[in-house]
Design a protein around this ligand. Structure first.
Ligand SMILES: [Cu+2]
Length: 632
């Protein structure tokens, strides 16, 4: 029965790859205190959630077509987790995206999950916790996907000698759970700006700095807070060229990155090879990744590499340094590279405008650029107080996203397979709200919403969805609007399971009559995380070519948990039977017999062979599925 369901599904989505390897890692998630040697910034009074005691966590490297198998054990006694692989489309692998409440059950305290999937989408990506705000706690790390058969990648490979990962994190001194409590409280307590900013897991917290006249508080600072011990070198050899894979893994802040005395040439954006663009500094909104080429062509020395916060009026700088050979670290007086001011509204859009895909035909979905869209959507993100409890929430076209109790993919599967159900997309999925295609009220979005508008935009709440049919071609405009306090915020939107084409961006209110005439339908940049600049709009186009349930949300973690997002559901009538790890989470956990079964992808107890082996061997053989292991 299960084979009958799974086989056609899997065989049609298999990637044919010779010499595919199995990449295996074992991750142990543990709560830790930020004391040396684990303190990233010398502050010692912070709870963290680390994998294998690393921050950032382990790097995942694979070739396209390899099977990645990560066994994750959650040793936290208090926190459930889910690990999302940002940038990996999981095409044909709808249960492997790693998002609890969407396509799998959360991995609870003392449980183990095996995440197993085929690596897709060459480029620079990252994984992170996708439950509440727990990616603030250190639960994230880099992914680099190579492809020896990709001609563009191989051309690029001839241009550099080595690569280096630059992993950027904003660092709060409150744990994610504490920050979440503030967001869900009345009166509302905003998470504020981070206390320090980390580059490759290291940073300087001014409050513990020994450089000033104030003596650090030893109850919250380690005894030796010499900043040189908390700044990471980026090691280079004179004359060589490096591919810096820069990942903005911050939870809230967009940043600008620059290296003193060096320019950088952008060559990759979220996995897409772009025409080279040489810049002296680089804007990255939250969750965006860039590869830049940097040649170590300056007199051998050390040079500050710094970040500044963009679009928020305060926030710590991040520090690392480019180190030629064994040069000593730069001094406080060393030259700090120039960055745009926090409120420079032009730098980001100007950078975006220069980015074009080098060869659109190299990507499967390039045909959508010449096609006629089947759906045209405008989504306006607004902020409002929820009438039921007065909490401050975000909404999309007046719908505030709430998370379902059970994985939405199972609810969608059950709905379309229910006897008498209407055919998709007319199927009713209980307890969901379809986000309207257009905002119910339009106004000048660069102006603060007036009182009557607030009362209209007071946030209908629910499991917000968009129903798509496989093959749909979607033009979707993200429209920025001011927050309730009048602030024009930067947002960034990530679509799981897809890369989209950024066909247009503009300032002010999107005009559906005139703006589409200026779309770039020739060589727009293809990526999975779009900037939505203050006072602006961004138009994306994508093909619904991945059957499943795919979150689409603001990457600012605090905004997404406040409701800024929805879930795209594509042709669930074509889904296979959901595997155990995605099925009814409550009943699975309550079922003691199943909970005592140790489901390992490569080791199946004979006692469960009759019901489990079939699933596991099929999943394992075709390398597409992940399996929950409940360890008692
Ligand atoms: Cu946002």
């Amino acid at each position: 029965m299960i084979i009958n369901v799974l086989l056609p599904w899997i065989s049609s989505s298999l990637v044919s790859v010779a010499h595919a390897a199995l990449i295996e890692q074992v991750w142990n998630v543990r709560p830790r205190r930020s004391r040396p040697p684990l303190s990233p910034d010398c502050f010692t009074d912070r709870d963290m959630l680390l994998i294998n005691d690393l921050n950032p966590g382990p790097v995942v490297q694979a070739n396209v077509g390899d099977t990645v198998r990560i066994t994750i054990t959650n040793h936290s006694p208090t926190t459930s987790i889910g690990i999302h692989f940002h940038g990996l489309p999981m095409k044909g692998q709808p249960f492997a995206d790693g998002v609890p409440t969407q396509n799998q059950c959360a991995t609870g305290p003392m449980q183990t999950v095996v995440m197993e999937f085929i690596a897709q989408n060459v480029g620079t990506h990252y994984w992170h916790g996708h439950t509440s705000l727990n990616r603030l706690d250190g639960l994230q790390g880099a992914i680099v996907i190579h492809d020896p058969t990709d001609l563009q990648e191989q051309d690029l490979r001839t241009l550099y000698d080595e690569d280096r990962i630059i992993f950027l994190q904003d660092w709060y001194h409150r744990a994610g759970s504490s920050a979440r409590t503030g967001l869900d409280s009345e009166p509302f307590l905003w998470i504020g700006n981070p206390q320090s900013f980390l580059i490759n897991g290291m940073g300087r917290f001014e409050g513990c700095s020994t450089a000033g006249s104030e003596i650090p508080d030893t109850t919250i600072c380690a005894t030796n807070c010499d900043i040189q011990d908390y700044i990471s070198p980026i090691q280079v050899e004179a004359g060589k060229t490096y591919r810096l894979r820069i990942i903005n893994a911050a939870s809230l802040v967009a940043v600008n990155f620059a290296i003193a005395n060096h320019t950088m040439t952008i060559v990759e954006a979220d996995g897409t090879i772009v025409d080279p663009v040489t810049v002296s500094n680089l804007d990255l909104t939250v969750a965006q990744r860039y590869s830049v080429l940097l040649t170590a062509d300056q007199p051998p020395s050390s040079y500050w590499a710094t970040t500044v916060v963009r679009h928020r009026n305060a926030g710590p700088m991040g520090y690392a340094y480019l180190q030629y050979g064994d040069s000593s670290a730069p001094t406080e007086e060393g030259f700090i590279p120039d960055h745009p001011a926090w409120n420079d509204l032009l730098a980001g859009p100007e950078q975006d405008a220069k980015l074009v895909t080098k060869d659109p035909t190299a990507y499967d979905s390039h045909d959508v650029l010449t096609a006629t869209p089947t759906r045209e959507l405008i989504y306006v993100g607004t902020q409002a107080r929820r009438s039921s409890d007065n909490l401050l929430r975000w909404a999309v076209n007046n719908i505030t996203m709430q998370f379902p109790a059970e994985p939405l993919i199972v609810q969608a599967y059950n709905a379309v397979n229910k006897a008498g159900a209407a055919a998709w997309p007319n199927t009713d999925i209980p307890n969901t709200i379809v986000v309207p295609d257009k905002p119910p009220l339009t106004w000048d979005y660069t102006q603060t919403l007036q009182n009557e508008g607030v009362s209209i935009f007071n946030g209908e709440n629910g499991v917000a969805i968009l129903k798509l049919v496989e093959g749909d071609i979607v033009d979707l405009v993200l429209q920025n609007a001011l927050a309730l306090n009048g602030a024009a915020e930067m947002h960034a939107w990530h679509l799981h399971g897809h890369s989209f084409w950024i066909i247009g961006q503009g300032h002010g209110t999107f005009d559906p009559e005139t703006d589409p005439a200026n779309y770039n339908l020739v060589n727009p940049v293809r990526r999975d995380t779009a900037s939505l600049w203050p006072y602006g709009w961004t138009a994306i186009r994508f093909k619904a070519d991945n059957v499943g349930v795919w979150p689409f949300h603001c990457t600012l973690n605090a905004h997404s948990v406040m409701g800024m997002g929805l879930t795209i559901i594509t042709s669930p009538d074509k889904l296979p039977l959901p595997p155990p790890h995605s099925s009814n989470c409550l009943m699975t956990s309550l079922n003691v017999a199943d909970a005592q079964v140790c489901f390992l992808a490569n080791e199946v107890p004979s006692s469960v062979a009759g019901r489990g082996l079939l699933k596991l061997s099929v999943a394992s053989f075709f390398m597409t599925s992940l399996i929950v292991i409940l360890v008692v």
